[in-house]
Design a protein around this ligand. Sequence first.
Ligand SMILES: [Zn+2]
Length: 465
Amino acid sequence: MNINIKFLGAAGEVTGSKYLLQIDDFNLLVDCGLFQGRKQLKELNWEEFPVDIASINAVILTHAHLDHTGYLPRLFRTGYRGPVYCTTATADLMQLILMDSAKLQVEEANFAKRKGYSSHSDPQPLYDENDVKLITECVQSYCFEEDVFISPVIKARFYNAGHILGAAIVELTITGETQTKKIVFSGDLGRYNDPILFPPHTIEEADILFIESTYGNRAIKQTDRQDIIDVMNETFERDGNLVVPAFSIGRTQTLLMYLKNVLMSKEIPAVKIIVDSPMAIAATAFYRQHQDYHKLRDIDLDEDESFMTLRKQLIVSRTSGDSKKINDITHDSIIIAGNGMMSGGRVLHHLLKRLPDPDNVILISGYQAEGSRGRLLQDGAKTISIFGQDIQVKAKVFTITGLSAHADKDELLKWLSGFKKVPKQTFVVHGESESAHALADTLSAKGWNATVPHYLENVELFKSI
Ligand SMILES: [Zn+2]
């Protein structure tokens, strides 16, 4: 048996995760992510797939994030009909994320058609909701640590990665004619002290390892809890409001748990907490359905899809009508709305209303890409453009760090130290070039055989085993 790997994404980049394992003539695609961010990267989503789609036998997914699953509907649109293996929670979250992505693709294509800025006379979406529906019938979902037989010689297991609900480390055990080999994909790894998710499972051995490196070159300092409480209390003393642009899956739930704690300990007054994001509300329902995947217990989760015992203070805004009513709230509220980088979504309406008032605070809770409205606010912009209007920024901007769903450099090294024997070969993936090389260098200095692969690189892993 021969085993090769072809890097079809997230090689020297963070997005577009796709790794094609060629095990003799069986082709297994590990992750099927969308390229995001820079224009040149996004264009890769439109190029012809680098391998014949008919030759792919199966797809296995580490987790539901778009940069790991977002190309899947395109794969189906272009003819793939094989199985898609993932955890049960990933299957549910993926459905939500892909439907949202399909809607966005269709909206963008229609917008381009109306404005006439596309080079095509009839701009098409990358995929639509029908393509997403096709996937559902092909999904085979499993719990953590169950045996998944992908072929008579390929066995997979999902282990908790602690990154988002259902996120997994994928371990493949491949039985050759003379030897058995273990190939491990870390997926995206989470934190060791997450309030909701369990820490990443320790893997002790692998012949070949693929390790993510999003934060391969830096440790993340956590914002002091008291500093956040002070910012909130100062805002409420001024009769102001907080707007929290939030990522729907994971971050919103973490924020709510945090708010529950500070409300219960009476460290902040009993203010209104508003969740204005249909996607966050739907995602939260999955925490109730998939209780094995997290630390929350019944006491933290309400009967319906609303949130964790914050009922008295919580306003869940489902419709756009509900969302508009939030404008009537004059003081003492925390408005959590998507999306996290303020590139779209309901948060824009709240920013439009709240940014010009110096009593308000915009609480930024995650990484803001260069060029995003969030980054402009962090950099002290005096005005920002929303819906074609220049909006004055009078509100204060406060950034919380340490709420990330990603392990930082120290946590990556902690996870790697769980290996009892150094893997024969380690590929450092899913990181900007600088970050990936920093982690590869750190590992090389410890005697690991670690490299950063490049896009479309082909590597022979095993010959005649
Ligand atoms: Zn992720």
